[in-house]
Design a protein around this ligand. Structure first.
Ligand SMILES: CC(C)(C)CCc1c(C(=O)O)[nH]c(=O)[nH]c1=O
Length: 309
């Protein structure tokens, strides 16, 4: 169909998938995704050991999106690796977010044979925690470069990185320079939630989530312009890499913006959490109508073709 596209040699029926973390932690979640219309799917960021995560409420819907401090609840690397081994059908991404560089290197090394065997693709979450007192790895460029050098030295297959949003042109330049040094980094997923927002309920005069005094990552409508800027900034700076868009996608309209900005695939997080996996059928139908209305036959007809003034 018109929405068919390829990603690192894998054909997908449409460019849509879930954002890591949403509807992808448990076997029940993953079955809902596998049986949805999404062209591909990704698992919850995992650590070597299973984790309970933070006390609830740890996710809250907000007027223009969502806030979360889940705390990396996941069933452990072995579960998601085994899921990849047994999975048949749509393209599968495995999100990895170890608690240390050693943990990430270990998971990458263990995932490699499964990736080569099954065609699943690793997405390394660079919002993973760093040494306490230091910023997340995605904001610590020295550590980020070391992470990517060490992972790519044990993982000789294409992989991607999930990036926090950047806001300073110099940071786009410095981050892109690092990614361009590492050929194994085949794609950049922009963006993870906007870190440490605060949602307040005026009636109760209280924060929305329990962990971290209510501080958490923002998703949804709050983050679309920032997500688009990050997609386009890295699309322009990393011509040998693919970009995956994530942030603020509720309909074909925002997905089209992400693809115009340079995204090859488009992830849906907050809107998927709020609407459920039937959102993929709705967005696919809307997207086909939008392409027809604009006279486009394939995604490549308009990918990255954003015009400037
Ligand atoms: C924030 C971390 C817990 C360090 C990583 C997992 C994660 C979470 C989470 O599990 O809290 N939420 C997000 O919006 N993005 C993430 O990357």
């Amino acid at each position: 169909g018109a929405l068919t596209t390829t990603f690192l040699g894998h054909q997908v029926s449409n460019p849509f998938l879930n954002a890591a973390g949403v509807l992808c932690r448990t076997p029940e979640d993953l079955l809902q995704l596998a049986s949805s219309v999404s062209g591909s799917m990704i698992t919850k960021s995992c650590t070597v050991e299973p984790r309970e995560g933070n006390p609830e409420p740890r996710y809250a819907a907000a007027p223009y999106g969502s806030i979360n401090s889940m705390g990396l609840p996941n069933l452990g690397f072995e579960f998601y690796k085994q899921f990849a081994v047994e999975h048949r059908g749509k393209l599968l991404f495995i999100s990895v977010s170890g608690m240390s560089m050693d943990e990430n290197v270990k998971m990458a090394k263990d995932l490699l044979p499964v990736a080569k065997e099954t065609g699943c693709i690793m997405e390394l979450n660079l919002s993973c925690p760093n040494v306490p007192g230091k910023p997340q790895v995605g904001y610590d460029f020295t550590t980020m470069r070391e992470y990517l050098q060490r992972v790519s030295s044990v993982y000789d297959a294409p992989f991607g990185v999930k990036l926090p949003p950047y806001f300073d042109i110099a940071h786009f330049d410095q981050a892109a320079a690092i990614f361009n040094e590492i050929p194994q980094v085949a794609f950049l997923t922009c963006v993870n939630s906007l870190g440490n927002g605060l949602v307040i309920d005026v009636d109760t005069e209280t924060v929305a989530i329990k962990p971290k005094d209510g501080f958490g990552g923002l998703g949804g409508r709050y983050i679309l312009p920032t997500a688009l800027a990050n997609v386009n900034a890295f699309y322009r700076r990393c011509p040998t890499k693919l970009v995956v868009g994530c942030g603020g996608v509720y309909s074909a309209n925002e997905a089209f913006q992400h693809i115009l900005a340079g995204a090859s695939l488009v992830q849906v997080g907050t809107a998927l959490h709020e609407e459920g996996p039937q959102i993929f059928q709705r967005v696919v139908d809307e997207f086909a109508l939008l392409m027809r209305a604009k006279g486009y036959n394939t995604i490549d007809d308009f990918k990255g073709k954003l015009k400037t003034l």
